[in-house]
Design a protein around this ligand. Structure first.
Ligand SMILES: C[C@](O)(CO)[C@H](O)COP(=O)(O)OP(=O)(O)OC[C@H]1O[C@@H](n2ccc(N)nc2=O)[C@H](O)[C@@H]1O
Ligand SMILES: Nc1ncnc2c1ncn2[C@@H]1O[C@H](COP(=O)(O)OP(=O)(O)OP(=O)(O)O)[C@@H](O)[C@H]1O
Length: 311
């Protein structure tokens, strides 16, 4: 089945939309005994979306469409399918469901596409089966599926701590405009954290005081101050694995971006622009310089996973 956002929904179908994210700041502490690093991060949800359409089926299944759909696993490792099974188990549901993913977020791009699928699938299956799980239930299932999944559920702007899964909403005024340089080649999140360990011999435990200027910029809706405060501890590790990333970073700076940063574990490069128009100009500069396989523009913050049709 190949559904586009404009198709009519089949009977009983539920359609849910969930956003991608940018880490405005990502500070990485030591690796803990569970294999995960302590992080303090400020997430912003942006208007690049995944859609998940849940339809009746005799057996659990998943399919995908979109620019990089071939790179999405459709076996039991698929995060959306795992989310569906988690809802069924938690709520004691015996029925199956088919999930179709309309992928708009880059795959393995550092913008939490798989996490958005998982969050959307949690919301879709809850609505599809009428399980009535609480927000806390969904957040708990989300955290078991991946560190970024709770934020995909919540959206807007939030500070993530622990593995990134413990969220506190953050105040943000106005709308910020972004241009993204997307690469066909993905980066493995685990490999980037491993490269980070190799680069940093001594990692200090984390405080959150470094992000005060960033939080003030968000509160004031001051895009120039936000641009100056963007920060990603994983950036040098991502560049070590993919040295070509220095090119889109330089192109965005030359095009007058207020700030530019590797998004999460990369390789997508996120450039903060002065306006929607300027974001289009930065995207055009990426294309003209040949430093991106694809470009996107978006704004943020936007809400987390929510039903858009069929409930
Ligand atoms: C880079 C970020 O996107 C920033 O928000 C996240 O930290 C990654 O979140 P994610 O993709 O949901 O990652 P998970 O699926 O939870 O973990 C994938 C792998 O990344 C590494 N990982 C992830 C999160 C974290 N706080 N420390 C880690 O070391 C671990 O090796 C883990 O096995
Ligand atoms: N529904 C899914 N969509 C995309 N990838 C998935 C999905 N389920 C599992 N995966 C696997 O997860 C890997 C990471 O994909 P994803 O698009 O979530 O990366 P990411 O955006 O870099 O993640 P993050 O920003 O959260 O670190 C893929 O290479 C793929 O093997």
């Amino acid at each position: 089945m190949t559904l586009t956002p404009f198709d009519d929904l089949p009977d009983r179908a539920v359609r849910v939309r969930a956003p991608g994210k940018v880490n405005l700041s990502l500070r990485v502490g030591p690796r803990e005994r569970d294999g995960y690093h302590q992080v303090v991060t400020v997430f912003q949800a942006v208007s690049v979306y995944e859609e998940v359409v849940a339809t009746p089926a005799d057996v659990f299944g998943v399919s995908a469409s979109g620019p990089q759909a071939d790179a999405v696993p459709t076996d039991e490792s698929n995060l959306a399918l795992r989310a569906a099974r988690a809802v069924a188990e938690r709520a004691g549901v015996d029925d199956a469901v088919h999930l179709h993913l309309v992928k708009g977020v880059p795959v393995a791009g550092g913008m939490a596409g798989g996490s958005a699928d998982a969050a959307a699938a949690l919301v879709a299956c809850d609505a599809f089966w009428g399980t009535g799980l609480s927000r806390d239930d969904l957040l708990e299932l989300a955290a078991e599926l991946g560190s970024d999944v709770p934020f995909s559920l919540v959206g807007h702007t939030a500070v993530g701590q622990g593995r990134g899964h413990l969220l506190t909403p953050a105040l943000s005024r106005g709308e910020f405009h972004w241009a993204f340089a997307v690469q066909d080649r993905g980066l493995s999140t685990a490999a980037v954290y491993e490269a980070y360990d190799g680069l940093c011999t001594q990692v200090e435990p984390l405080g959150d005081e470094e992000d005060v200027p960033l939080m003030q910029a968000l509160l004031a809706g001051d895009a120039a101050a936000l641009g100056a405060a963007l920060h990603n501890d994983l950036e040098s590790a991502a560049i070590e694995l993919d040295p070509g990333l220095t090119e889109p970073l330089a192109v965005a700076t030359d095009a007058g971006a207020l700030g530019v940063v590797v998004s999460g574990s990369g390789p997508t490069v996120a450039a903060l622009a002065r306006s929607r128009q300027h974001a289009l100009a930065v995207a055009a500069a990426f294309t003209a310089a040949g430093v991106a396989d694809r470009v996107l523009t978006a704004s943020g913050p936007v809400p987390g996973a929510r039903v858009v049709a069929g409930e």
